[in-house]
Design a protein around this ligand. Structure first.
Ligand code: KG4
Ligand code: ZN
Length: 345
């Protein structure tokens, strides 16, 4: 089945054509990074306006470059939430209209569930072994999840304050590096020393929860102290802070991930979400997986780690494959900015 996946929950207008939940036929993304860089973060009204401007040109470009006409599409998957309501509305309206026009099923999906299913893209479904433990971390969420089987998400832990990606973004702003913080911090960290500045790790013993706000406050405190001693931050100080901060985040993410993987007897350990594009994080998870005897998986391309339409199509396909009766040929998708992934949330 050929699915069109539509993702507009935050600052990327991303559409993709995916066959049977795994084979990516094409993907086109209009990024708003340059615009949000000017304001140091996402301004919801501006994000929604950009989605309105971009979504139909992105759809046309996707169909033309993939050589696929609209009537070849079998179903549409669209992000229903969580996210910015005005941004979600753009994707949901376009998806609902297309589904009505083409008389095909529409599958509203959970954004974080989509990040989890990014690990199915360009892999064979049969190559993924349940049960698995997955840590998905990005700008808006930080969730440790147990999956005993397809489409079953059980909560293990989550952030109590900032998500890991959010912490990267805030620390990048403190260091004057720009937005989004993750790629800029990891680039700066390449010339820094990760053990040069002693930063705290919030272990929160006895839980699988995370906390990054204390780490961010400590970075701010050390930076302010440095600024009192010299007028500006030297390039070496910024690089050392970037490397030390990155290491502090990765230490906690990796330790909790594998602790959970052992307790839950996982067959595989996955990472996903924007932060899983981080090279050092991927390498550390892979190395730890080898040491402990776990198969590790992360999105096969960086563009499947950050927000993208293909992951939405992937989850939509598996939902439809397993529960076709739950999805009508057409429905008006109402965005839900607080959509829950777990019953217990
Ligand atoms: O998944 P995503 O595109 O959007 C949300 O759902 O939030 O993730 C974006 C987040 C941003 O906070 C960004 O700083 C972070 O992912 N990120 C990274 C890297 N690339 C993106 N964090 C660390 N290292 C990276 N290389
Ligand atoms: Zn996301």
């Amino acid at each position: 089945m050929l699915f069109l996946g539509i993702e507009t929950s935050c600052d990327d207008t991303s559409l993709a054509l995916v066959e049977d939940g795994t084979r990516v036929v094409g993907m086109r993304t209009a990024s708003q990074i340059e615009m949000h860089n000017l304001t140091g973060g996402v301004v919801p009204e501006l994000a929604a306006r950009e989605h309105v401007n971009s979504i139909l040109p992105v759809l046309r470009d996707l169909c033309e470059t993939s050589g696929v006409s609209l009537d070849c599409i079998d179903a549409i998957a669209v992000t229903r939430g969580p996210g910015l309501v005005s941004s979600l509305l753009v994707g949901d309206l376009v998806a609902s209209t297309l589904a009505w026009l083409l008389d095909i099923p529409i599958i509203p999906v959970h954004h974080i569930g989509g990040h989890i299913y990014a690990n199915w893209l360009e892999r064979l479904d049969a190559d993924i072994r349940f049960p698995l433990v997955i840590l998905t971390a990005s700008g808006g969420h930080n969730e440790l999840v147990y999956m005993p089987r397809h489409l079953t998400f059980e909560h293990i832990g989550r952030t109590r304050d900032d998500a890991a990606g959010e912490a990267f973004d805030k620390v990048a702003r403190i260091l004057g590096l720009g937005y989004p913080g993750g790629p800029l911090i990891s680039k700066s960290a390449l010339s820094g020393n990760a053990v040069s500045i002693d930063l705290p790790r919030a272990w929160l013993p006895g839980t699988y929860d995370f906390s990054f706000s204390g780490l961010k406050s400590e970075v701010l405190r050390v930076v302010e102290k440095e600024l009192r001693q010299s007028d500006s931050l030297s390039g070496q100080f910024v690089a050392d802070m970037a490397a030390s901060f990155q290491m502090a985040v990765i230490d906690v993410l990796v330790a909790k991930l594998f602790q959970a993987a052992r307790e839950y007897n996982a067959s595989e350990v996955h990472i996903a979400g924007g932060v899983s594009a981080n090279v050092l994080y991927r390498e550390t998870v892979e190395r730890r997986g080898q040491e402990l005897g776990f198969t590790v998986k992360f999105p096969v391309k960086n563009v499947y780690s950050t927000d993208n339409g293909a992951m939405i199509a992937a989850l939509g396909y598996f939902l439809y494959r397993d529960h076709p009766q739950e999805y009508t040929m057409w429905r008006n998708v109402l965005p839900d900015p607080n959509l829950k992934l777990f019953e217990s949330q």
